[in-house]
Design a protein around this ligand. Structure first.
Ligand code: 1CP
Length: 367
């Protein structure tokens, strides 16, 4: 643990201090920004930084199905480290997937190349719900092992653990796979509110347990991905989704690790997503960070929010747009901003453009 550790990190219960495994990363720019402490430069990492944009990723994944790769700790370690080595990002994101805990409790789910998660028997009734049992740490020993290997190797670079939020997981379970309009999901939410609430509550339990496993193994921050919740109006979010997401955040509050909450197209939900229990709110590219700061309110950090598609433009345009993001972030003060894309890295992105962007953000924001 660092000697400068005067106060417990955001979300810690009084008297609780970070344990030794997280100690080496405690004073990193990323964790300092999450806690609104002064930073030497704005920290930067990218959602989906570990994955298909990297030739070294495609090479080590060759012939290994996606979900199987998530269960091999040495491979998970290597893939998680690849973007840290290459881009010099300020944080690593654990290589896994939001459906890993669903598979671990026995749901028949596969990740099909070019499609995403596909569920063999969608969940649409109370009887189906019985297939969704609670997650125990013993269900995911490979997660504990991989996080442990990574924390030892990463040293001062923080590891972000993550999970899918109840709404986004429910959308896959109910639809049976990726969906544009979420019609079955919304039909259950509006038409069978008791079943919906029971489903989200079970998912909240699974998600919280999955995050706890990662934190207890040494992850020093967590991100809750509610990627598709932007499909909802604020009143529906408040009534039908927020209680489950709050349950997840409350369940991990006592660890004192920063909690990040992200979704796409969530401009109208930013205030509520902060209230759900996040320390840092992720913002996509549709809302400038100074406007997001007003919607989220004081005391919370912001993460984002360069349009990923900007990376396909020439370097000078990328830098102009990145500077705009840094400028808009000044609305929350000199700390509390984590630079990221507004959504994930795309498979066809040039990895060198990402490396250049990291160097630019560090240089342009140096204090
Ligand atoms: O074979 C492959 O390489 C499959 C592609 C792939 C990868 C690399 C999938 C399938 N998942 C992942 C890894 C993954 N998934 C990570 C790794 C760490 C990193 O960010 O670098 C993370 C954080 C996720 C989380 C995830 N999975 C989300 C939330 C993040 C987001 O982008 O919004 C979602 C929605 C999923 C579902 C999923 N898994 C895979 C795909 C293609 C999808 C999306 C499908 C859809 O459009 O619904």
């Amino acid at each position: 643990m660092s000697e400068t550790t005067a106060t417990p990190p955001t979300g810690a219960t009084p008297g609780q201090q970070p344990d030794a495994r997280r100690g080496a990363a405690y004073d990193s720019a990323f964790l300092r920004a999450c806690r609104h402490e002064p930073v030497p430069h704005t920290p930067v990492w990218f959602m989906r930084q570990a994955g298909r944009s990297l030739p070294e990723y495609l090479k080590v994944r060759e012939g290994i199905p996606m979900l199987e790769s998530c269960m091999r700790p040495e491979l998970v370690k290597e893939i998680t480290l690849q973007p840290v080595r290459r881009h010099k990002v300020d944080a690593a994101i654990f290589f896994s997937d939001i459906v890993v805990p669903l598979r671990a409790v026995g749901i028949d789910v596969d990740i099909k190349p070019g499609i995403g998660p596909v569920i063999a028997d969608p969940i649409r009734s109370f009887a189906d719900l019985e297939r969704l049992r609670p997650l125990e740490p013993d269900d995911v020993p490979y997660i504990t092992e991989a996080v442990g290997l990574l924390v030892d190797e990463l040293g001062p670079t923080p590891l972000i653990g993550f999970a899918g939020a109840p709404y986004t997981l429910a959308s896959y379970l109910i639809e049976g796979g990726p969906s544009k309009n979420h019609e079955n999901t919304k039909a259950m939410m509006y038409g069978a509110p008791d079943l919906w609430a029971a489903l989200l509550d079970r998912l909240a339990g699974i998600t919280a347990a999955f995050l706890k496993v990662q934190i207890e193994a040494g992850a020093s921050a967590i991100q809750l991905f509610d990627s598709w919740v932007g499909a909802l109006a604020p009143d529906d979010y408040r009534r039908s989704v927020m209680p489950a997401s709050t349950k997840v955040f409350d369940a991990v509050a006592g660890y004192g690790v920063p909690r990040i909450h992200f979704g796409v197209g969530t401009g109208e939900l930013l205030g509520l997503m902060g209230q759900a229990g996040a320390d840092v709110v992720g913002v996509d590219w549709r809302v400038p960070l100074n406007v997001a700061a007003e919607r989220v309110g004081p005391g919370k950090g912001l993460q984002g929010n360069l349009d990923p598609a900007v990376l396909f433009a020439p370097t000078s345009a990328v830098e102009t747009k990145a500077r705009e993001v840094l400028h808009a972030a000044q609305a929350i003060g000199s700390s509390g901003h984590i630079f990221n894309l507004g959504h994930g890295v795309m498979p066809s992105m040039d990895p060198d453009a990402l490396s250049r962007l990291v160097a630019f953000v560090h240089e342009a924001s140096a204090r």
